[in-house]
Design a protein around this ligand. Structure first.
Ligand code: GDP
Ligand code: IMO
Ligand code: MG
Length: 451
């Protein structure tokens, strides 16, 4: 074969050579992404976060050891794997150092396994201040954010006045640049009544110290990923938050400020979209949301309380009780469309074990009109009344079951009902927080792209 011919990608050899996949939240976050990424990490060489920051909390349970990762990709717990923090993230260097320390204490080889993009943006303490004030302005909608400074840092990025990791490492530039940004924040905060004294020198000193500790880990991660792919290595992209919290496509304005959808995996890492071979959506067998915003299937009764209790539905970052509700088909279908996933992982099936009946929202009725489409505005979504269908519960334990045939018939019927209505395969079902508590469906697309 001539040189030119060898470079021509045909559909066949593209499928054979590419296996970079995206794992992302299909709902409003906390779907169990951490567990799935950790479970699959063995089969990939690099695990890559592409957006968000330490607003994320990804829980991994290994025996009696529990890890809650915020910024560091979940694959870091596997020796020899490279965990990459991409350019699409916003990083609080002090939070990252704290997380790295915890990982080192647990025996993880952070020096060799973690790499951080020099183009990721830096969260300053005054970003948090601006956010706190903006969330408390009377008459203004409070989003119910995590107060980690995420939104204001992305605002500065879009406003082209942000500080990036490469700037943080530039000793001559950082001090002056950061003082200007801090001054901006203080002006805004003072206008809304802030009286706190802000010591810019202290911030510069603390951040400069953090910079030296992080310096060996910071590089051009787009180049790192390109070289890795060229040498035949596979990437697993780990989404944070969820599709309905995506800045563009979620339930705006009750969203986060980054691109949680599959497209973010490209813009947030510098890996071209043509290199991504599959997307897997993670969805709970029900649904939760933290913070404000409309939630058509929210269960405000004792059933919602039962799910919260059985599912330990309390925020892993803020400890806030998560709002709980029933599986929402229109939302899931919209999420599958936006991200292009044909296979989903249904997590926390075991949480529903005790229920006699399980309602599922199969459509919305918005002001007298039945639709399976997602309304664009929160006003319309707030008016959306679920059209319910009810499935019988199984009232027996599914905890830890790892074989499809061993699930109770009613549990299988429930999963198949979700598949039928969403048009998305449930290729994997999670029946507990541990790696092994998982059913992988034989012959599924999930199995094909992850093995
Ligand atoms: P993430 O943000 O998507 O990674 O999810 P979180 O870690 O915030 O929340 C998911 C929670 O559910 C964690 O405490 C997990 O340990 C737990 N979890 C994950 N999968 C299952 C499951 O199938 N069953 C049960 N009972 N818990 C699960
Ligand atoms: P993981 O990755 C659930 C929510 C917040 C708030 C909104 C905006 O663990 O699934 P922000 O601080 O991002 O500006 O808050 O987004 N939120 C999450 N909800 N899981 C998350 O992350 C979330 N990260 C942010 O509660 O409603
Ligand atoms: Mg979480």
């Amino acid at each position: 074969m001539g040189e030119n011919q060898a470079n021509v990608a045909t559909p066949e050899n593209q499928l054979n050579t590419m296996s970079n996949i995206v794992i992302l939240g299909a709902q409003w976050g906390d779907e169990g992404k951490g567990k799935l990424v950790d479970m699959l990490a063995d089969r990939f060489d690099l695990i890559v976060r592409y957006q968000g920051g330490h607003n994320a909390g990804h829980t991994i349970l290994i025996g009696d050891r529990k890890f809650v990762l915020r910024l560091v990709p979940s694959g870091i717990l596997h020796p020899g794997k490279t965990a990459v923090i991409g350019n699409g993230l916003v990083i609080d260097p002090l939070a990252l150092l704290e997380e790295s320390e915890q990982l080192r204490a647990a025996g993880i080889d952070v020096e060799n396994q973690l790499r951080i993009s020099n183009r990721a943006h830096v969260i300053l303490p005054t970003h948090r201040l601006v956010e706190k004030i903006s969330e408390a302005i009377p008459g203004r909608v409070a989003i119910g954010t995590t107060l980690r400074g995420i939104g204001p840092t992305y605002e500065d990025k879009a406003g082209r006045r942000g500080i990036r990791m490469a700037d943080l490492l530039d000793r001559e530039y950082f001090g002056e640049a950061v003082r200007q940004v801090i001054a901006d924040h203080v002006t805004r905060a003072r206008a809304f009544g802030l009286n706190d004294v802000i010591d810019a020198d202290e911030i510069v000193a603390k951040y400069s110290d953090a910079a030296e500790k992080l310096r060996p880990l910071v590089c051009d991660t787009a180049v790192l990923l390109k070289n890795a792919m060229d040498s035949g290595k596979n990437l697993l992209f780990e989404g944070a938050q969820g599709t309905m919290l995506d800045l563009d496509n979620g339930t705006y304005p009750f969203v986060t400020s980054s691109s949680a959808c599959a497209g973010g995996a490209s813009t947030g890492t510098g890996v071209p979209p043509t290199k991504i071979s599959a997307v897997i959506g993670i969805s709970k067998a029900y649904i939760t949301r933290v913070g404000g915003g409309p939630f058509p299937t929210e269960a405000l009764d004792d059933q919602g309380d039962l799910i919260r209790k059985r599912g330990h539905e309390f925020g892993s970052v803020t400890g806030r009780p998560r709002r709980c509700g029933w599986f929402d088909v229109p939302l899931l279908k919209y999420s599958a469309m936006l991200n292009g996933f044909e296979s989903m992982v249904v997590t926390k099936l075991d949480v529903l074990d005790e229920l006699k009946q399980i309602p599922v929202c199969v459509a919305y009725e918005v002001r007298g009109k039945v639709t399976t489409e997602m309304p664009a505005t929160v006003r319309d979504l707030a008016d959306a009344k679920p059209v319910w269908e009810t499935m019988p519960g199984w009232q027996s334990s599914t905890e830890g079951i790892s074989n499809w045939k061993k699930l109770p018939q009613a549990a299988r019927d429930y999963v198949e009902f979700l598949e039928k209505h969403t048009g998305v395969e449930a290729g994997c079902i999670s029946t507990g927080p541990e790696r092994t508590q998982t059913v992988v469906r034989e012959g599924s697309k999930f199995q094909a792209v992850t093995s």
